[in-house]
Write a protein that binds this ligand. Structure first.
Ligand code: NDP
Length: 377
């Protein structure tokens, strides 16, 4: 019945929480450390305003390192440009800002042009960082950012996946050139494999038939092997570069760590064969925050160009930066892999909505082994 409602346009026929004026949410009113998080019951409900809007009652949300960084102001310059491209509103218009990039929940209202979703549908989504986040009762997104939640997962489990999935797929497919059809027996190295992006990427690549080597701490070896990693290098014991150097060369490196890795990891790639180094740790947002939009973007662009040029000319390997990209249809494919048992959620810690500050503290301690999830409703 929900599909029928959707086809006829559900805006006028579905029940909606429009009688409610405000909702419960965790917000920040300024950038800073843990003290800036504030719970409120007085955030206006984000109602459906456009034809392709989907309003979702959030059941669970999860946290990413980006939430910690955004709490401190990371990326504000570029994100504010995206929020308000013409600078029509006064500065600090992003506050009160709601963090939280993942959600699993239930559709409660749809715009008249929405064809794929209807009230009552269980969905999951990764929320672009320029939009209000999921540490709130309701979120409104466009239908293209939303996907049906895997039936085999609870909301808590489902909320652990969308943002890392969209990020990993953007990095491995768009930047790394991998896909289901061409990954068989490709040699891929994942650094920082015990965290959110890493634990998802291992499983995706194994589902695609790749050979996966990872770096992580010794006490994460059981976790990553359980998810399918073929070879595990403990970066805390001895010289990690030396150990990786003794292995057969790689087709793709997915770098979740950054630090000094770029200085020595290029030689681990197969030369002159289209191999790619893809890092998720780029200076773009830091540059625009510290130098302003124009100078920061130019500086970052120059850095990327120089490194890419140097690597392609010296050893024939591609050097690329990767970023999260919103993509509901991609999550449909992930949903199928999850329901087929090929990708498992890795929920390390779970907090009630009343303990969002404690969830942030957990994240701040680092050493993630999968994801930290918040039960919203
Ligand atoms: P997590 O915090 O979930 O995971 C990081 C993992 O790396 C932890 O398990 C940590 O465990 C491990 N680690 C730390 N240092 C090393 C090291 N030197 N070698 C190997 N492992 C290490 O982060 P995510 O997986 O969510 O994200 C990974 C990175 O990607 C982050 O830097 C994040 O900011 C970035 N990112 C960028 C995006 C973009 O759009 N560009 C989008 C999403 C993420 P331990 O310390 O115990 O070893």
């Amino acid at each position: 019945w929900s599909k029928t409602l959707a086809r006829t346009g559900c805006r006028n026929v579905c029940s909606s929480p429009s009688r409610l004026q405000s909702m419960s949410a965790w917000v920040i009113d300024q950038y800073g450390s843990s003290g800036v998080l504030r719970h409120t019951e007085e955030i206006p409900i984000p109602t459906v305003n456009f034809a392709h809007d989907v309003m979702i009652n959030v059941s669970a949300a999860s946290l990413n390192p980006l939430d910690l960084n955004m709490r401190g102001g990371y990326g504000a310059t570029l994100l504010n440009l995206r929020r308000d491209p013409l600078s029509l509103v006064n500065s600090f218009s992003e506050f009160p800002l709601i963090l939280g990039r993942d959600l699993s929940g239930v559709v409660v209202d749809c715009g008249s042009g929405v064809t794929h979703f209807a009230p009552g549908d269980e969905v999951w989504a990764a929320i672009p960082p320029w939009k209000q986040g999921s540490l709130a009762e309701y979120v409104t997104l466009t239908e293209y950012e939303v996907s049906y939640k895997p039936e085999s997962l609870s909301h808590i489990e489902a909320a652990s996946i969308p943002y890392v999935a969209n990020t990993a797929l953007s990095a491995l497919v768009n930047a790394g050139g991998l896909c289901r059809e061409n990954s068989f027996n490709k040699r891929v190295l994942i650094t920082g494999a015990s965290g959110g992006v890493g634990t998802f990427s291992i499983q995706l690549l194994k589902a695609w038939g790749a050979h996966v080597t990872v770096t992580c701490s010794q006490n994460a070896e059981g976790l990553v092997r359980g998810l399918g990693a073929d070879e595990v290098v403990d970066y805390t014991a001895g010289d990690v570069a030396e150990k990786l150097d003794m292995m057969e060369r790689f087709d793709v490196i997915l770098d979740n760590v950054g630090e000094d890795m770029e200085e020595w990891a290029m030689r681990l790639l197969k030369p002159w064969s289209g191999a790619k180094y893809v890092t998720l740790v780029s200076p773009l947002l830091l540059n625009t925050d510290s130098m302003g939009l124009l100078d920061g973007s130019l500086h970052a662009g120059l850095t990327l160009h120089n490194k890419a040029f140097q690597n392609i000319t010296s050893s024939g390997v591609f050097y690329r930066w990767a970023f999260y990209a919103p993509d509901g249809p991609t999550l449909d494919e992930v949903s199928r892999l999850v329901d087929a048992g090929k990708i498992l959620p890795v929920v390390e810690a779970q907090f009630p909505f009343s303990q969002v500050p404690q969830a942030f503290q957990k994240l701040e301690q680092g050493h993630a082994r999968g994801k930290t999830v918040v039960e919203v409703a």
